[in-house]
Design a protein around this ligand. Structure first.
Ligand code: ADP
Ligand code: MG
Length: 348
């Protein structure tokens, strides 16, 4: 198991990683999710031994490895651009570290074949990196990183260079491959879909700090704060008094919540619904009608309606709130109602 204990890494006067503590049990995949510049790569590089922490400890399997040389940690790294050796074949790349370890030729051939099968490229052994697509290159890079069965696999935005379709498919494959190998992995990414698809646990990082840690379901259902909710892809956050009618319409107890985050489809036009609003604009997509509504107490919010519902700007409509598409946000001490009943701020 990997344990980070109050880890801080600084560049000059600024802390890129600021007092981060976390635990990653053996065999699990932890994704640290956060916006660009929040310190993800620095965290990963410190775990790899490529940055020296200013303070705190890194332990693995009960051993303190804080000052252990990179190559003695037994960890493997994989980056956004797999960085294959261009002059080696796919088999040469995947088997590279096995050759360094003087693994026998037969053993190496078997392991390379096993890994290429695992990453879905069984017939690619003789291909050269220059002839591969971006997705294929990342699969080869993953096979290469897994070849020596690292104690810990460190992945820095492994799918970010790929286009969306490929990224989604490869994220699902990455999940299955890491499970099949029983790999303990720490992945950092700015892409919440990638994090939620691949990981057993999610950490949310902002400005060098770990602001939340939990299972994907916990993080999704209970974001630590408004910024986290927006970062996770909730379309709007409504706080204070403006949240009360929405909470009540969702059948949720307002008492403990400082506000709520809404998915784009949380509000739905429904005859006899508990809320009344005025239609601001209407847009039709292939699957549903997207409506922007003004609610007297909660401001301007997104809503959806069935394709059979005909509404126009200016119409007064009734709406309901789907409680499975909202998340309650904790009360922020001192800032609870300061935002007042003003408008919700829809995500750009
Ligand atoms: P992320 O991977 O989340 O995008 P990084 O860990 O790369 O973030 O960077 C975190 C912060 O540390 C940023 O403000 C970045 O500018 C700064 N930083 C990263 N590497 C260096 C470096 N080698 N020297 C100085 N500042 C750095
Ligand atoms: Mg980075």
């Amino acid at each position: 198991m990997l344990t980070l204990d109050h880890l801080t890494v600084t560049y000059g006067a600024t802390a890129a990683v600021d007092d981060v503590s976390l635990e990653l049990p053996a065999g699990q995949v932890l994704a640290v999710l956060g916006p660009s510049g929040c310190g993800k790569s620095t965290l990963l590089r410190a775990v790899a031994g490529l940055e020296r922490p200013r303070a705190g400890r890194i332990r693995f399997g009960g051993q303190d490895v804080t000052t252990t040389a990179t190559h003695r940690r037994g960890f493997a790294l994989m980056f956004q651009d797999g960085q294959l050796f261009p002059h080696l074949s796919v088999a040469g790349n995947v088997g590279y570290s096995l050759r360094l370890r003087r693994t026998s030729r037969a053993e190496r051939r078997d392991r390379v074949a096993e890994l290429l099968g695992l990453v879905g490229l069984p017939d690619y052994a003789e291909r050269m990196p220059g002839t591969l697509s971006g997705g294929e290159r990342q699969r080869v890079a993953l096979a290469r990183a897994l070849a020596v069965r690292p104690r810990l696999l460190l992945l820095d935005e492994p799918l970010s260079a790929l286009d969306r379709d490929l990224r989604e498919r490869l994220a699902a494959d990455l999940h299955d491959i890491l499970r099949a190998e029983g790999t303990t992995a720490l992945l950092v990414t700015h892409d919440h879909d990638e994090a939620f698809t691949v990981a057993d646990r999610i950490g949310v990082m902002r400005e060098g700090r770990l602001v939340q840690e939990g299972t994907p379901a916990e993080v999704w259902r209970h974001p630590a704060d408004a910024d986290t909710a927006r970062f996770l892809g909730y379309a709007a956050v409504v706080a204070g008094a403006a949240a009360v009618p929405l909470l009540s319409a969702a059948g949720l107890r307002a008492g403990a919540a400082g506000g709520l985050a809404l998915r784009r489809s949380a509000l739905r036009l429904s005859v006899g619904g508990p809320l009344t609003g005025k239609v601001h604009s209407v847009r039709t997509t292939a699957e549903q009608t997207r409506v922007v509504v003004d609610l007297p107490d909660s401001g301007r919010l997104d809503a959806v309606a069935g394709l059979d519902v005909a509404v126009r700007p200016g119409d007064v409509v009734r709406l309901g709130v789907d409680p499975s598409r909202v998340a309650l946000l904790p009360v922020v001490s001192g800032a609870g109602t300061s935002e007042g009943p003003g408008p919700a701020w829809p995500q750009a």
